[in-house]
Ligand binder design. Sequence first.
Ligand code: GUN
Length: 284
Amino acid sequence: MAIINGKEISAKTREQIAADTQKLLEETGVRPGLAVIIVGDDPASHVYVKNKKKGCEQVGFHSEEYALPEQTSQEELLQLLDRLNADPKIHGILVQLPLPRHLDEKAVIERILPSKDVDAFHAANVGKIMIGNYDFLPCTPAGVMELIHSTGISVSGKECVVIGRSNIVGKPMAMLLLHENGTVTICHSRTKNLAEVTRRADILVSAVGKAKFVTADMVKPGAVVIDVGMNRDENGKLCGDVDFLAVEPVASYITPVPGGVGPMTITMLLKNTLTSAQKAAKGE
Ligand code: GUN
């Protein structure tokens, strides 16, 4: 029924990040710096990277973009990471995924210094999230939590169902809901009777990557529905995983695509970069 306005919530949060950035700069001379690396020419990835750069400009960060050719070698990429790891102007390093197939994604992520891993993809940061003692929250799940909080609905004791089990979204999403005392179920491609499981959800998060995957019969009346999907429909129009027009009347709150989770993800990336810079300024 009510549409969660990710764009507006994101804009408010960015104002706060901009104010904190200015304060950090005035008090310590440190300006947060983010380096974004993209390899190859996947058009969707280039759009994401452009939006990240725009976000940095909005809040007053220093930003560096490395657009590397498709045929970049593993060694070249690792050398760039070593250089950025050692660069005091850079507090956050992000390698846009997916990488071309000849590159070893896991080895690349593990090469980023955990203290600069603002995606929170490094095993050390994933482990910290698991035990609830973290410096950075993974950006997309953290953005989803902010959107849930904006409804005023408490996660505690609620049936939470996450569709998708990726390392980027599904798994950390489940963990953050669990940290807030949700009863969490993770569904995936082998889940039996999916609709039966999703209909139990008071809070339903979809991160599948298929247009119109979540239909009205899969949603409990009054549920909070969060759509992490970023797909193209049959007309090439941007859309999420949820059949928005059919599900919107059933849900109590729902996020649109675009304008829901997407802007929040980048906002959380900026927040992590600021946190990293604040820690660096304290010599931590
Ligand atoms: N590709 C899709 N989402 C993400 C993300 O959050 N971070 C990175 N690095 N790559 C992505």
